[in-house]
Design a protein around this ligand. Structure first.
Ligand code: FAD
Length: 389
């Protein structure tokens, strides 16, 4: 089979140095040997099991961009990108490592006190703690300021009450960054982030594992906080009310991450389709010999190449500390749209087999759809880009 990493003939960008390439190879091997053989079981169970998370931790694949002193591998986003690409190329997209390592852990690294970092980051790196971030509520998704979850002062801590939905890693997560209102009268300035250790937390409940169109191996849940007591030391940042700014500062990486996933999955779809088109016959010739097939694949390869060059430039800027929110929004919106287009047109070239769940392209099609919705919908991305006009 053609390797997805070989599908676009591009020179490696400077951020993809020897150590990043070695990490990609290692992650690819791990995902191929440890996760892929069990992937159907994980899809049937609606989650990757905890043992697999711990194995990934032992292999050094969790928190690759966290400093070594906190149990990480001391890398940058380039290292997270290598792992995300390996996941996308092997096709174990439901393994929610990216959110754990490159979304949840950075909140603790950037806004946590020394004590908080030492308490949580090494356990996240080992996979003992599985991370989630709970922003969305049944009544508030795109409009984050409309959240109703309340963290009311209670002695030397808070009482947390409210419900969240669509939370990735929601069945397994035991360290959850919760977005809550500490002062409901102050709008965005009344929002704070609280890190909740859920093991043994009275009043914390999980809803059912939500039945999704795709990404079946990833658990996605409702979460209920019924007057959960959290200590004052759960607050991220030196004072209340910094949550909205903290979220806005971290969003470029979250958006770029979806772009990284998108381009990796598009490469896999192209590789699988080119292989299939070279094997399948119709009218006495290979499918690849029809000009329509050639033109379709030529166009998709061209657009994927453009997408990858843009993506790699965004990673370079991000690693250097200069990726602005509007450009990160472009990466999320354009690359996830591109993934949807590539996967849809590739599926067409599989004919009826493309619609059969036995064929990986069918799963790619289902898994791709949500990329345009979560992490801020692509419509919201366009609003953010428009603000930079
Ligand atoms: C599989 C999955 C995993 C998820 N994981 C997480 C997670 O880990 N943590 C978390 O907090 N959330 C998570 N989410 C939630 C996700 O981020 C939200 O679903 C998303 O932000 C959209 O919010 P919503 O569903 O409430 O849609 P709505 O905000 O109700 O939007 C509905 C439609 O209206 C459009 N719209 C809304 N506002 C505007 C506007 N101003 N202008 C133009 N159009 C607009 C939207 O683009 C969309 O098309 C996840 C969702 C899914 C499906």
């Amino acid at each position: 089979m053609t390797a997805p990493s070989a599908i676009l003939n591009l020179p490696a960008p400077p951020w993809r140095g020897e150590d990043v390439c070695m990490l990609y190879d290692m992650a690819h091997r791990f995902m191929s040997e440890e996760i892929l053989p069990r992937y159907e079981e994980f899809e049937a169970n609606g989650m990757v099991d905890r043992a697999a998370w711990e194995k990934a931790g032992a292999a050094g694949l969790l928190c690759a961009s966290m400093p070594e002193e906190y149990g990480g591998a001391g890398g940058t986003y380039a290292h997270e990108a290598a792992i995300i690409e390996a996941i996308g190329h092997v096709g174990v997209d439901g393994f929610g490592i990216a959110l754990h390592s490159a979304i949840v852990a950075p909140y603790i690294l950037h806004y946590g006190s020394e004590e908080q970092k030492r308490r949580w980051l090494p356990r996240l790196a080992r996979g003992e703690l599985i991370g989630a971030i709970a922003m969305t509520e049944p009544g508030a998704g795109s409009d984050l300021q409309g959240i109703r979850t309340r963290a009311a002062k209670d002695g030397n801590g808070y009482r947390l009450s409210g419900s969240k939905t669509f939370i990735t890693n929601g069945q397994l997560a035991n360290l959850i960054v919760v977005v809550a209102k500490t002062d409901p009268d102050r709008g965005s300035k009344g929002i704070s982030l609280l890190v909740v250790e859920t093991d043994g937390a009275d009043g914390f409940e999980r809803g059912k594992n939500l039945d999704k169109l795709g990404l079946k191996a990833n658990d996605t849940s409702e979460l209920f906080f019924n007057d959960v007591h959290v200590p004052a030391s759960a607050l991220l940042g030196s004072e209340e009310g910094q949550g909205f700014v903290q979220l806005m500062q971290q969003l470029p990486q979250e958006r770029l991450l979806i772009g990284t996933q998108s381009i990796a999955m598009a490469e896999r779809a192209l590789a699988a389709t080119i292989d299939y088109a070279k094997e399948r016959n119709a009218f006495g010739q290979k499918i690849i010999d029809f000009q329509n097939t050639q033109f379709t694949l030529a166009e998709l390869k061209t657009e994927a190449t453009i997408g990858k060059v843009f993506h790699d430039d965004c990673v370079a800027r991000h690693v250097a500390g200069g990726l602005d929110p509007a450009t990160a929004s472009m990466a999320k919106y354009w690359l996830s749209d591109l993934q949807g287009k590539v996967v849809d047109q590739c599926l067409q070239l599989f004919g009826g087999y493309g619609y059969m769940n036995d064929y990986p392209i069918a799963r790619m099609y289902r898994d791709a759809r949500v990329q345009r919705i979560y992490g801020g919908t692509n419509e919201i991305m366009k609003l953010l880009i428009a603000r930079s006009l």
